[in-house]
Design a protein around this ligand. Structure first.
Ligand SMILES: *[C@@H]1O[C@H](CO)[C@@H](O)[C@H](O)[C@H]1NC(C)=O
Ligand SMILES: *[C@@H]1O[C@H](CO)[C@@H](O)[C@H](O)[C@H]1NC(C)=O
Ligand SMILES: *[C@@H]1O[C@H](CO)[C@@H](O)[C@H](O)[C@H]1NC(C)=O
Ligand SMILES: *[C@@H]1O[C@H](CO)[C@@H](O)[C@H](O)[C@H]1NC(C)=O
Ligand SMILES: *[C@@H]1O[C@H](CO)[C@@H](O)[C@H](O)[C@H]1NC(C)=O
Ligand SMILES: *[C@@H]1O[C@H](CO)[C@@H](O)[C@H](O)[C@H]1NC(C)=O
Ligand SMILES: *[C@@H]1O[C@H](CO)[C@@H](O)[C@H](O)[C@H]1NC(C)=O
Ligand SMILES: [Cu+2]
Length: 786
């Protein structure tokens, strides 16, 4: 295309006649206030929200309250022989039900149903039972169905097919964590004389916790724990208050009398017992490290002088004429512009999107989070031994209510989420938000010597925020008018810091005795793309430097060109984004070339942030449980038995996890001609950041730089940019000599009918905010009010 590169270029445009037009006598001027052009409703009543009914009942719809109540009653019935005790009142030596949720249908069944020919997939529940009435406590996953339960029809069987360990069973080293806490308190009590002096804290005003996952050393179960002072402020600042004392404990077996304090670590010196440590502490010349004390520095309330003009209300977005998308709240189905999708929800990873259609055609079968790693490092055993696998704690239970006007615009549509665990339903009201917003920059534009044309960039976002302990993960799915989808994660909340001693190579000192402990965040996502069907190919187009002869060149020319290739099989399916971004990856359909012979597809490319994979190789903490974090992305063949890259219980036994993602790579062909039935390429990509907190992470990490995204974007998918269809664009023609406007075209888009929107509605009463609500489902009380 022509660029206005100078006088010659613009003359060429005019000479070619491209911008010729007839100038009207009275060029209309854009006047937003002209009431006769734009009807006004003084009362500003927004039109009702558009409604939609899901084309089919949502096969991923979470289990209903009735389904859960009946399921729990059925599981506890003696006929099932599970020997369960209601969680409420259960001891550590009882068996009880943990997670109860929908088990996603297999893709084969779901597609047959969605695409018209098959019956609705039978509903099954995923049930996790914690077996405590044994010397070796374990967690066992089950598949129960069909749901709703029907006596003598519904069956329970071990849920094995999702887990390439071969069984959905894992040791539960958390079974006695309550007893461990009490026992550690007794140990701490026995050395409170020392800790009050060295740390300024004892068992009464600090907690002892440390490595995660636990270690196995010569068959023994080992933990290192550390003193963390309780906040003395009103804020959740404990993870900023580590103290420099570490205890190594052997917590093998279930009898606390067999547990041992093995070592005490202080100032990088190892002691074998409390007595040995006490003797050293009493000896002359013993070096005492600094104590980290809580204070105003850990609080997040307003502090310091507000900048000039800061007290005035800042700009906010409004939705002047009502919602422009439709949600079937019951079915959890959404339509916005040319996009449509279903919403599913899992306890382990929160929201999943299913059957994402664009212009009536499926582009993605499934899109969602699989696992989130936060891998620390340090000179001390706590930091060195910490590599959270957050799906163990679960994203679902912590998807708390969003703050309207802050987390999402107040005009957003909010949905509730619920997690059913340990016989109780935890409902978080208004915890998913859906809204349109202006990107703050146009989607496209162009200025010529005689016109300017520009399109609004309205983005549709689905957002939820999960606060797992100290960290707040904001997950946003952004849909664009050009057909792109951005998957974005942002992190905020309190960092987990380290005690600052002997660890300058692992972070910056950020307070008196606190280090901003370095760590990697790696969040793995699954994107099962189906481009014009399930038979797809993962294509790579490299951009390579070349020295080339041409018929017209007198000497070889140093230049560049494209090199096309397909990922042949899974052995080639572990991919890092090319250096210098010099390769494009796309899931394409080779059977349906466009009229130019190119394969239509969706490209996958890095967005915000710097793409990362885990720095640590063959992590001593994560062993075989994090094989999805070694590269930026992966491609595997779709299989009903390989639905997830991780399992929540992986962190219980990282050397033999329920799902070892590495085992997915068994050389199977990824070429679409070799694929049968449901055979799409599944892309597993990582978002995240290398986080080296600095003083600006106090009191909380800010989202500004702590974010990472990937785009899925149409690639030769259509024959032009689909956003041309939007009427939300303006074309202003002007006289190329005088600059006078000759025509304004807004393509039928109107100004808002409401010229005086009720701004107070955008500042809702925050007292209506509600924390999580718990309803016991087993034993279930029909009339809890009585
Ligand atoms: C605005 O509200 C007033 C008072 O309720 C009503 O009389 C009037 O008809 C409304 N105007 C419009 C355009 O709806
Ligand atoms: C059933 O569980 C209880 C603990 O809740 C345990 O004491 C008992 O031994 C178990 N019975 C069997 C048959 O395993
Ligand atoms: C999914 O497919 C697997 C393997 O074929 C099968 O064992 C399992 O029962 C199916 N799951 C559901 C929910 O239908
Ligand atoms: C379930 O099957 C058993 C044994 O076949 C039978 O005694 C019982 O009546 C059946 N229960 C129901 C609800 O059908
Ligand atoms: C605390 O010290 C007392 C007295 O030495 C000892 O009997 C007890 O076992 C200790 N407690 C723990 C948990 O080690
Ligand atoms: C912890 O409690 C002890 C008394 O048990 C007190 O002397 C000390 O100041 C407290 N420390 C903190 C950090 O609150
Ligand atoms: C990973 O580390 C373990 C323990 O250090 C070692 O046994 C194993 O060989 C390592 N694996 C690889 C692939 O390097
Ligand atoms: Cu971080």
């Amino acid at each position: 295309m022509v660029r206005l590169g100078g006088i010659l270029a613009s003359l060429a445009v005019i000479a070619s006649g491209v911008v010729a037009y007839a100038a009207p006598n009275h060029p209309p001027r854009l006047n937003p206030r002209s009431t006769h052009l734009y009807p006004r409703d003084e009362n500003c009543t927004a039109p009702p929200n558009p409604s939609v009914a899901a084309p089919k009942p949502n096969p991923w719809k979470p289990l209903s309250n009735t389904e859960i109540i009946d399921l729990l009653a059925w599981l506890h019935a003696p006929a099932q022989g599970l020997n369960l005790t209601a969680y409420e009142g259960a001891t550590t030596w009882d068996n009880w039900v943990g997670v109860t949720e929908l088990l996603a249908p297999n893709k084969t069944d779901a597609l047959a149903y969605l695409d018209g020919s098959g019956p609705a997939p039978k509903r099954y529940a995923r049930v996790v039972i914690s077996y405590g009435a044994t010397e070796k406590p374990y967690l066992q996953e089950y598949m129960v169905g069909p749901i709703p339960v029907v006596q003598n029809v519904t069956k329970i069987e071990p849920l094995n097919y999702l887990y390439n360990k071969g069984e959905g069973k894992t040791p539960n080293y958390g079974a006695d964590s309550g007893t461990q806490k009490v026992w550690l308190g007794l140990i701490a009590q026995n050395m409170s004389d020392i800790t009050l002096d060295l740390l300024g804290t004892d068992h009464k005003n600090s907690s002892l916790w440390g490595i995660d996952p636990l270690w196995e050393e010569n068959g023994r179960i080992i933990s290192w724990t550390q003193y963390w002072s309780y906040p003395t402020s009103n804020y959740d600042s404990s993870t900023l208050l580590p103290q420099g004392l570490y205890l190594k404990i052997d917590i093998t077996g279930r009898d606390w009398q067999g547990w041992r304090l093995l070592n005490i670590l202080y100032d990088n010196k190892l002691y074998g017992s409390i007595d040995e440590f006490r003797a050293a502490w009493r000896s002359p010349g013993f070096r005492k490290l600094a104590k980290q004390v809580d204070g105003e520095w850990t609080g997040t309330s307003q502090a310091g002088t507000a900048p000039l003009l800061d007290m005035r209300p800042p700009p906010i977005q409004i939705q002047p004429d009502g919602q422009r998308f439709a949600v079937d709240k019951d079915a959890k189905y959404v339509e916005w512009m040319d996009f449509a999708f279903y919403i599913g929800f899992r306890r382990d990873t929160g929201v999943n999107l299913y059957d994402i259609k664009y212009k009536g055609k499926r582009i993605i079968y499934e899109l969602g989070l699989q696992e989130a790693i936060a891998h620390y490092a340090g000179n001390d055993p706590t930091q060195s031994g910490t590599a959270y696998l957050d799906s163990y704690y679960g994203f679902g239970p912590y998807v708390f209510e969003l703050v309207p006007g802050y987390d999402c615009p107040a005009y957003a549509t909010f949905l509730d989420t619920a997690v059913h665990e340990v016989g109780t339903t935890t409902t978080n009201k208004n915890s998913i938000c859906l809204f349109e917003h202006d990107a703050g920059y146009p989607l496209r534009r162009h200025t010529s010597p005689s016109y300017v044309s520009v399109t609004r960039n309205t983005i549709f976002t689905l957002r939820f925020i999960s606060t797992i302990g100290n960290y707040d993960y904001d997950l946003s799915y952004n849909f664009y008018l050009d057909g792109s989808i951005e998957i974005k994660v942002r992190a905020s909340g309190y960092i987990q810091s380290a005690f600052y001693a002997h660890n300058e190579d692992y972070g910056y000192q950020i307070h008196d005795a606190t280090s901003g402990s370095m760590h990697d965040h790696v969040l793995n996502f699954k994107a099962d793309l189906d481009i014009l069907g399930t038979k797809n190919t993962f294509e790579k187009v490299s951009i390579v430097p070349k020295t080339t002869d041409y018929v017209w060149s007198t000497s070889p020319r140093n230049t560049m060109r494209l090199e096309r290739s397909s990922v042949q099989n899974e052995d080639e399916g572990k991919i890092n984004w090319a250096a210098n971004g010099a390769a494009m990856y796309a899931v394409v359909n080779k059977d349906q070339p466009n009229k130019f012979g190119s394969s239509p597809g969706y490209r996958i490319m890095p967005g915000a942030g710097t793409p990362i994979h885990l720095t640590v190789q063959n992590s001593s903490n994560l062993q075989k449980a994090a094989e999805f974090s070694t590269h930026h992305l992966y491609v595997t063949k779709q299989k009903d038995t390989e639905q997830h890259s991780a399992a929540a219980a992986n962190s219980m036994n990282p050397k033999d996890p329920l799902i070892n993602f590495g085992k997915f790579f068994d050389g199977e062909s990824l070429l679409q001609e070799d694929m049968t039935l449901v055979s799409s390429s599944v892309v597993w990509f990582n978002l995240g950041m290398h986080h080296v907190p600095h003083t600006g992470d106090l009191p909380n990490t800010v989202f500004t730089t702590a974010q990472s995204s990937v785009f899925l974007s149409p690639h030769n998918y259509l024959l032009g940019d689909p956003s041309r269809a939007t009427s939300q664009q303006a074309e202003i023609r002007f006289d190329s000599k005088t600059g006078e406007v000759t025509a304004v075209n807004m393509f039928g888009s109107t100004l808002p009918s409401c010229t005086r929107p009720d701004l107070t509605a955008l500042y809702p009463d925050l007292r209506s905010y509600k924390g999580p609500q718990y309803v016991r489902k087993f034993p279930h009380d029909e009339n809890p009010g009585q």
